[in-house]
Design a protein around this ligand. Sequence first.
Ligand code: 13P
Ligand code: SF4
Length: 332
Amino acid sequence: MTTQPDRPLSGIDLREEIDRLRKERNAVILAHYYQKPELQDLADFVGDSLELSRKAAETDADVIAFCGVKFMADTAKILSPEKIVVLPDMEAGCSLEDSCPPDKFRAFREKHPDHIALTYINCSTEVKALSDVIVTSSSAETILEQIPDDQPIIFGPDRHLGGYLNRKFNRDMLLWPGVCIVHEAFSERELMKLKAEHPDAPIAAHPECPPHIIDHADHVGSTSSILQFAKTFQGDTLIVATEPHIIHQMEKALPEKTFLGAPGADGNCNCNICPYMALNTMEKLYLCLRDLEPRIEIEEGLRIKAKASLDKMLEMASGTIGKGDLGDPTGD
Ligand code: 13P
Ligand code: SF4
C-alpha cells in the first residue's frame, strides 16, 4: 500500500496541473461532500455515496480519481473494474469499516442463518461480498420498504443508522455495533445551547447521528437530502448535524443564509471534521493523477461477489426489483 506524502510542491500551480492531467489521462474526479472545499470545487462531480456509486458505474473515463474514503474508491473499482481507480491517500479509511472485520461478520451471519444481510456501504469489499444488499443513507429507506416485514434482517455496520430505520419502520433488525466517530461526537448539551441562541433555526441531521441528536432534528437524511433541505427550508439559519464540509455547498447555493455546524462536546464544531476524509489534499490529488498511484486493486472473485450486493442496491434504489426478490438469504 502506497501513501502519497503531503509535501508542498514548489513552483507548481496545482489547479492548472490537475486540469492538465485530468484531460491527458481522460480522468473523472469524483468528490464527496465531506471533502475540503478546494477539492469539491475542482471535481467533475460532487455527491453522496449513492450518487457517487452511480457516477462511477456510468462514467466512460479511463481513470477515476476518487476524493473520498477508501470504501468509496473500492466501490468505484467494483462497479468499473476496467478503469484505473486512484485514491489520493490510501489511509483514508472509515471507523465503520474498521468496526466490522470480515471474519467476525461472517461468524455473525452464520449464527443467524435465516437472516438476510442488509449492509451499509461504509464497509470493506469483503463485507460487501458477505452481504445480500448494500444500502446508502439515501437508498436505505426505499430498499427496506421493499423487504417483507417478516423477513429477519442483520443490519451493519452502523448501529445508529440501523436503529433509526428500526424506529422509523417499526422493524427489529439485528444491529452490528459500529459507529461513525464523526457523528458520534456531536454533543446534545452543546446542540441545545446553540438551539437556544437560534430558536428559529431548524436542525438537519444525518442518520449516522445517535438518537439523542436525531430526536431534536427537524430533518433527517443523507448528505444530499440535507443539502436539498438547506435549499428549501424557510428561515435564515440552519443547524447542520453532519460533517461540516458540506456547508461549503450550502454557502455557495445560498450565500444570504447562515449555516451552523452542530458542535461537539467542547463546543467547537471542528472536532466533527472526518479525519479520514481530511487526508486528501490538492497535492495528493495531483500526485495520484500524475503517477496513477495509489491504485485500488481487487481480486476478481471477491469483486464479483461484492458487485452482486451493490448491483442489488442500484436496482432496488431505482425500484426495479420486486418485493421479496432478494435471492438466497444466506448470502451464498
Ligand atoms: P452519504 O453522503 O451517503 O449521506 O454518506 C455519509 C457518510 O458518512 C459518508 O462516509
Ligand atoms: Fe466514515 Fe464517518 Fe468519516 Fe463517513 S464521516 S467516512 S462514516 S468516519
